[in-house]
Design a protein around this ligand. Sequence first.
Ligand SMILES: C[S@@+](CC[C@H](N)C(=O)[O-])C[C@H]1O[C@@H](n2cnc3c(N)ncnc32)[C@H](O)[C@@H]1O
Length: 251
Amino acid sequence: MEETLKAHAQLWNVTFGFIKSMCLKCAVELEIPDAIHRHGTPATVSDLCASLSVPRVKSRHHRSLMRLLSHEGLSEPHVTPSGEEAFDLTPVSLFLLSTSIHCSSTSVRMILDRYIMDSSQMLPEWLRRPDISTSPFEITHGKDLWGLNTVMPQFNRIFNSEMEGDSSFVIDIVTRICRKVFRGIGSLVDVGGGTGLTAVKLVEAFTGLWCIVFDLPHVIATAPRASAAIEFVSGDMFIEVSRAEAALLEN
Ligand SMILES: C[S@@+](CC[C@H](N)C(=O)[O-])C[C@H]1O[C@@H](n2cnc3c(N)ncnc32)[C@H](O)[C@@H]1O
């Protein structure tokens, strides 16, 4: 009997697993971590409602959201000297501060964006199909992610910004702990290099390195020209890639 109850509870846990992700997305969109940070000390739900313009009538719901975030390690529960429940930042939610050099908020927004989430509904349909070339994303949107980016400038901006945030975090570590990998290389092509942030960090870290950022035309068109040591080339990597002494494929 106990086993059956446990199994039933587990089923609901998995079924409602999406609520955790959606509450995280909600916290990012409301900018709750920034509000806690601005407050300076653990913030009560009233503090947060006032700071985020959430109507008081929603306090009870906001409290549930904060408790779920605490359960997931995204906020730290406290009790104020007057006995009120309050919430502080955690090592995880520090990644969601807009002032963090490795802010991951854009990644959360992009990964949980409806364009990505919608395609997960197509998994059974995709598995039933005999071909493997069409992804669930293409079944949903009629285009692959890159094709959608060409016709959706706003999503393209969010996507590129997400890539920049993530690669900036990784490349800062790589340029510190993997220096010998780049030693002696005069030129490097960053294949699918996005808007070129990785290339900027590489030419800054390795004097004399010449970088080519190679990506699709709509990405190269919006890439800032940040350094004389970087060349931007647009094309399709499945047809031909610019020549260099080394090629980087990241992410
Ligand atoms: C996952 S992102 C990685 C971006 C970057 N390397 C980073 O780590 O931030 C993949 C990149 O590959 C590019 N890409 C996708 N298909 C491509 C193709 N056929 N030819 C060239 N670039 C392509 C995308 O536009 C995108 O910028």
